[in-house]
Write a new protein. Structure first.
Length: 355
């Protein structure tokens, strides 16, 4: 194999000798080695046979059920393990299993990790033989991650649960938060799972889609999403939805999007969630600089300062980067070069925190 494929295989097996050996044997009959390596998991026939015959054969049915439930997450805290397995002694059981096999590891952060080859075998087995249990576990994991303040993980599990309504609810509740944090991949992946008819009939999901297109500078897609939003706009839209729409339309105009109509920012924005207030102040400040050239620099600075304060308070790192960059441009237009450098350095500092 080329060195690149060897490295990829080593990564997928994490250097586990048995996994490497079984992969090497299976590769002899693989017509497409690169494709085989890309898809290699614990569900590959020889790997699955080894795991069931050598590793799992001595486990009781109760312990196998426990392991299958734990396998739906790549990282398991004690609380998550309890929620998934419905066993208060989940940590003790995982410790016991870790002493029996090196494929279950307790990490420094007091979390547990199942080797990916064993985990993918267990998940595939669960999905194949107990699909309802598989869906329930992903729903339970999604709820746990949302409560833990990690909505990106929650969305991924909601996608796998097959519960479309739950996924749409999570997107409505967390989509803007994730976008302001810079988690565009998680939001796009969730939007792709939502049925097109559900996405097009829900103005909130349509605005989330439009905001992702604005970030991509995909003008035709952003314009189409906003047109669809207008076509299903509710007559009784509240401050939250109106603030969201006005902010997205402003940001769209900043990148050259010509909209059929624009919505005014509602006056009662103090009642909306912090992420929408951050988005609203950021969009107004960015628009004041990019569309008006900073003519009303005091108003632009006020909006940018408010957006920056909210972004830092709520860890909206991507928004902090965008606002700091705009603040640097505004300072440059005022010939405030010290302020420009300070804002640019703040943008770089915030950007370094984004994975």
């Amino acid at each position: 194999l080329p060195a690149e494929q060897v490295a990829r295989l080593h990564h997928r097996t994490e250097g586990w000798a048995a996994g490497l050996r079984l992969a090497a044997i299976a590769l002899r009959r693989a017509a497409d080695p690169a494709g085989f390596i890309a898809d290699f998991s614990g569900d590959e026939r020889s790997m699955a046979d080894y795991l069931t015959g050598e590793l799992l054969a001595g486990f009781s049915p109760e312990m196998l059920d426990f392991l299958r439930a734990a396998s739906v997450c790549t990282q398991l805290s004690t609380g998550l393990a309890v929620a998934l397995t419905e066993r208060q002694d989940a940590a003790r059981l995982l410790d016991d299993l870790g002493r029996e096999t090196a494929l279950i590891e307790r990490q420094v952060s007091d979390t547990y990790r199942i080797h990916p080859l064993l985990r993918t075998y267990l998940v595939a087995n669960l999905e194949r033989h107990r699909p309802e249990r598989h869906r329930w576990l992903h729903t339970a994991a999604a709820r746990w991650w949302i409560e833990a303040g990690e909505p990106e993980h929650g969305l991924r599990h909601a996608e796998r649960s097959g519960d479309g309504e739950h996924l749409r609810t999570l997107l409505r509740d967390t989509g803007v938060v994730l976008l302001l944090r810079g988690e565009f991949g998680a939001v796009r992946a969730a939007l792709d799972v939502v049925r097109p008819e559900d996405r097009s009939s829900d103005p909130h999901l349509g605005l989330i889609a439009a905001l992702t297109h604005v970030d991509e500078r995909a003008l035709p897609a952003a314009a189409a999403a906003l047109r669809q939003v207008r076509s299903v706009w509710p007559s009784d839209a509240g401050p939250r939805l109106r603030t969201f729409r006005a902010s997205v339309e402003l940001l769209g105009r900043c990148i050259g999007l010509v909209t059929d109509e624009t919505s005014p920012v509602p006056a009662d924005t103090e009642a909306v969630a912090p992420e929408l207030r951050t988005l609203m102040h950021a969009s107004r400040g960015i628009a004041a600089v990019s569309l008006d050239g900073g003519d009303n620099s005091e108003l632009a600075q006020s909006d940018l300062d408010l957006a920056l304060r909210l972004a830092r308070t709520h860890a909206f790192t991507f928004a902090e980067v965008q606002v700091s960059c705009t603040a640097a441009l505004l300072a440059a237009s005022r010939c405030d070069y010290d302020g420009m450098v300070d804002a640019a350095e703040e943008a770089i500092r915030a950007a370094s925190q984004i994975a």
